[in-house]
Design a protein around this ligand. Structure first.
Ligand code: MG
Length: 299
């Protein structure tokens, strides 16, 4: 089961769901469910972020709502067809955090030391870009690289979360491409400046297309990941090769910073980060999470 954010023909944000039976408008299905249950005061659902904040976002909720609604009506009138205008699953996260050098081979390909504690930095949420959006490279900005990453979305507020309890704080998983202005980043690193600008150009965080409820994924550390540029494989790895695993990442960050529903954490990229140029077409795939596609333009 896959969930996503999209805009309908009237440009209204909505929640979509993909099941074995097809793709449907879950915002409408939720209205049918509310009417049936007499829950007229319950909130309308237009954003996955609202579901997460209200603790509705789970595989169990989706299954129960679908089971009840399909018990008394057909879903044919709320079936969606392509082209769907996807949005980022959580388009305005409270925080967008990333891990640096969390795959040994990627650290080594840049001659960097393998870290002994997680390297955490932030991208600005304004860099988020939906599935099928265009990555905009500013003219004259030097080398720009792709970085395929498994991203997780936090499901509930927590501080000093233990590694043992960390998985309880996840709402789901998605794909992110941590696009990086590499020349700018290397120049800034030489001057001991932060990475904020080189990581946060507008459109430099493609994310999606889906948010997958965590219970769909048996083991987030056993997922094949592959990124292609114009059909040629550039990155191919498995999330098992992460240096710091997800429970340790959540424990480490939340020791210092309160995590909030909707926060996105990108868990680092494997080796093979390479330049992209205008005209490129990038497809990023992770097992069970779908395929994130974006094109590149120069602006
Ligand atoms: Mg990265």
């Amino acid at each position: 089961m896959k969930t996503f954010a999209y805009y309908d023909d009237a440009n209204i944000p909505r929640i979509g769901i993909e099941t074995e039976s097809g793709i449907f408008d879950f915002s409408r299905i939720w209205e049918f469910f509310k009417d049936y249950k007499g829950l007229r005061q319950a909130t309308a659902l237009h954003f996955l972020q609202v579901m997460i904040e209200n603790d509705y976002y789970s595989l169990q909720t989706f299954q129960e709502v679908l089971q009840i609604v399909t018990g008394f009506r057909s879903l044919e009138d709320v079936r969606l067809r392509e082209p769907i205008r996807y949005d980022v699953p959580v388009a305005r996260p409270p925080k967008l955090l990333c891990l640096g050098r969390n795959y040994r081979a990627h650290a080594e390909e840049w001659g960097s030391q393998v870290p002994d504690s997680p390297i955490v930095f932030s991208k600005l949420p304004s860099s988020l870009l939906p599935h099928r959006g265009q990555i905009e490279i500013p003219r004259g900005s030097g080398r720009i690289d792709h970085e395929l990453e498994l991203a997780l979305v936090i499901g509930k507020k927590g501080k000093r979360i233990s590694a043992e309890k960390a998985m309880d704080y996840i709402a789901g998983y998605t794909i992110a491409n941590d696009i990086t202005a590499r020349d700018r980043q290397l120049q800034d690193m030489k001057k001991s400046y932060p990475w904020t600008i080189s990581k946060s150009y507008d459109t430099f965080c493609p994310c999606g297309p889906f948010l997958i409820p965590k219970d769909v994924i048996n083991d987030p550390h056993q997922l094949n990941m592959e990124l292609k540029v114009n059909g040629t494989t550039k990155q191919k790895a498995n999330t098992r090769d992460m240096i710091f695993k997800i429970p340790d990442i959540i424990a480490y960050i939340s020791y210092h910073i309160t995590l909030s529903p909707g926060d996105i954490i990108c868990t680092g990229t494997p080796e093979g980060t390479l330049p992209i140029v205008a005209g490129d077409r990038i497809t990023a795939r992770i097992d069970h999470l779908g395929v994130l596609e974006n094109s590149v333009v120069e602006r």
